[in-house]
Design a protein around this ligand. Structure first.
Ligand code: APR
Length: 320
């Protein structure tokens, strides 16, 4: 059986890391596309040359021609510009919306059967726009944010509790922005919900509140340190987890930016939600019950995403 084909649209910091991880994990053959001449070719060759020492079997190719993504099983989109210090994800809207138009048209023409994972920010609005421009089925187009946000939450919690990250689960809901909703009640250490751990005296409400805020600001913290771009290792790893769930039909329960219609009180919006990812793409949205405070936070996040979608329609009337 032929190896799966993974197309990476954007061969920058995240794109390069995605290619490296996909090759090391032998998820399939990799095509890296970028408008910058030489960059995807150079990165693909560099990673291919690590194959003998690493011991993987995967073909890597770099290209500036959309025709080379033909028949891709998975497309991961990072094309666009990242944040610089002082910028919010929303500041990227106008520039990256234009990029989504060309990427959506490229995917529509050459890889209409792919499972598409968008990483470009501002995430929730860009996934929506990419779906509109590509015309692919909604269950085949999603965005990577929740896996990253919950990984950051899990990392901070594991440090606070002094336990393995493997034994910490965390749930993050809503848009990938300042209004994201880390769900403390549904997050656990060894299966014990965080509120119980406060009662047991293992941590305090103040410490937990600080961790929640640090999770919300997780992207900005990295931008502030790097100064010339935004995070790329953890975002790439998170998207690879989603791609693997699709390619191997794992039915993973993962939070991601998905089209929610008839769950969580929403009627047709791309926003971060708990999903099941398998061979059919986003196979299910998990309609969890929220308490009043959580619902209020989620609503704020939903409103922020709706505002960005409206802004996209204002910029590009073909989306209205
Ligand atoms: N088509 C294809 N590639 C493009 C296009 C386009 N229209 N416009 C820009 N690119 C490419 C750039 O040439 C660059 O190689 O996208 C790549 C982006 O890479 P980086 O600038 O290194 O950005 P990266 O850190 O990978 O982040 C990409 O993901 O997390 C988000 O906010 C982040 O929106 C940003 C995206």
């Amino acid at each position: 059986m032929a190896r799966p084909k993974i197309a990476l649209i954007g061969a920058g910091q995240i794109g390069g890391t995605l290619a490296h991880l996909a090759a090391i994990k032998e998820l399939g053959d990799v095509v890296m596309f970028d408008i910058a001449e030489g960059t995807p070719q150079g990165k693909a060759l560099d990673i291919a040359e690590s194959g003998p020492a690493e011991g993987f079997d995967a073909v890597l190719k770099g290209t500036n021609d959309y025709a080379d993504i033909a028949g891709a099983d998975v497309c991961i989109v990072t094309a666009g510009v990242p944040r610089k210090p002082g910028m919010s994800r929303d500041d990227l809207l106008g520039i990256n919306l234009k990029v989504m138009k060309s990427v959506g048209e490229g995917i529509k023409a050459h890889a209409p059967n792919a499972f598409v994972i968008c990483i470009t920010n501002p995430l929730d609005a860009m996934v929506w726009a990419l779906r509109e421009f590509s015309g692919l089925p909604r269950e085949k187009v999603c965005g990577m944010a929740g896996v990253l946000d919950s990984a950051r939450f899990r990392h901070f919690l594991s440090v606070e509790f002094g336990v393995s990250m493997k034994d910490v689960t965390a749930f993050v809901l809503g848009g990938h922005g300042d209004t994201m909703v880390p769900l403390v009640r549904y997050s656990t250490v060894g299966g014990i919900p965080l509120p119980d751990l406060i009662e047991m005296g293992w941590t305090s409400q103040e410490k937990l509140d600080a961790i929640v805020q640090r999770t919300r600001d997780g992207g900005a913290e990295i931008v502030g340190l790097l100064k010339t771009g935004s995070a790329f290792y953890a975002p790439a790893t998170s998207a690879i987890e989603m791609a693997e769930a699709y390619l191997k039909d794992q039915k993973r329960v993962l939070p991601c930016a998905a089209y929610v219609d008839g769950a969580l009180g929403l009627n047709g919006l791309y926003v971060g939600a708990p999903t099941v990812i398998g061979a059919n793409g986003i196979e299910k949205i998990i309609d969890i019950k929220l308490n009043r405070d959580e619902q209020a936070m989620f609503q704020k996040s939903v409103d922020a995403v709706k505002g960005l979608v409206e802004a996209c329609k204002g910029i590009d009337p073909s989306l209205a």
